[in-house]
Design a protein around this ligand. Structure first.
Ligand SMILES: O=C(O)COP(=O)(O)O
Ligand SMILES: [Mg+2]
Length: 241
């Protein structure tokens, strides 16, 4: 069982007189990933487990993925999943969208001869509750056409196309968690890599885009880092700790 989240860092036994590190809001894919872009970089585990302030994981992945990552890092479960469709404060889960309309778009896409691209098991969507993800090696134009008919949006995170309600976003989810945990968003530092991190960057005090970030994330961040993926994120942790 991970420790309880705490807004206070004054109890650090190792550095009682050093200033508190800021709370973190971290994207996963593109941000905690290895230099080749896939898989979590193992170097992030110890700094995050030892971080003496709340760490929020804000991702486009389905709910179980960031929960599992918190579990395996050994940090409290503070999670925005599915691009804001699911928010978990450590006590309560909030679902801010519904899967039905994106599911209908997926069925129309398949009926037109396309495929979501994840194979029969489709563990990418199996536990997804508020949106549908489609592999980026599948045709985008027909997906966007069906989504537009349903008044849904398609966002490209660089890791998947997400068919979703336009309303939920990571930033709103981060606000919910910050209120619950009792942290001031102005104190928070965020790192991200793509369009789905723009709303996070808009609500935190300080934001960084890794060097592999897309144009939208680069434009929204306070600073674009020289380093990519986890190297970029680790450089931020060094600077702000
Ligand atoms: O699920 C995706 O497509 C991207 O996930 P991320 O938000 O952690 O980068
Ligand atoms: Mg990302």
């Amino acid at each position: 069982m991970p420790p309880s989240p705490s807004a206070s860092s004054s109890s650090s036994p190792s550095s009682p007189s050093s200033p508190s590190p800021p709370p973190l809001v971290l994207d996963i894919d593109g941000t905690l990933t290895r230099p080749e872009g896939w898989g979590i970089d193992p170097r992030i585990f110890d700094p995050l487990r030892e971080w003496d302030a709340p760490v929020i994981l804000a991702t486009g992945k389905a709910f179980p993925y960031p929960i599992a990552l918190c579990h395996f890092i050994g940090i409290p479960e503070l999670v925005v999943a599915e691009n804001g469709g699911v928010v978990y404060t450590g006590e309560d889960a909030f679902f801010t969208a519904d899967r039905d309309a994106p599911q209908t778009v997926a069925e129309q896409y398949r009926a037109a001869g396309y495929d979501l691209g994840w194979g029969d098991g489709d563990t990418i969507n199996r536990w997804r509750e508020t949106e549908i993800a489609v592999s980026r090696d599948q045709p985008l134009d027909p997906l966007e056409a069906f989504a537009a008919d349903a008044e849904l949006e398609v966002i490209d995170t660089g890791y998947a196309y997400h068919v979703k309600d336009a309303a939920p976003n990571k930033g709103d989810g981060v606000e919910v968690i910050a209120e619950h945990v009792g942290i001031d968003l102005a104190d928070c530092v965020a790192v991200g890599d793509s369009i789905n991190d723009v709303s996070t960057f808009e609500v935190v005090g300080r934001s960084f885009a890794v060097s592999n970030a897309d144009d939208e994330a680069r434009a929204a961040a306070d600073e674009v880092l020289d380093a990519a993926h986890a190297d970029g994120t680790l450089s931020v942790l060094e600077r702000v700790r």
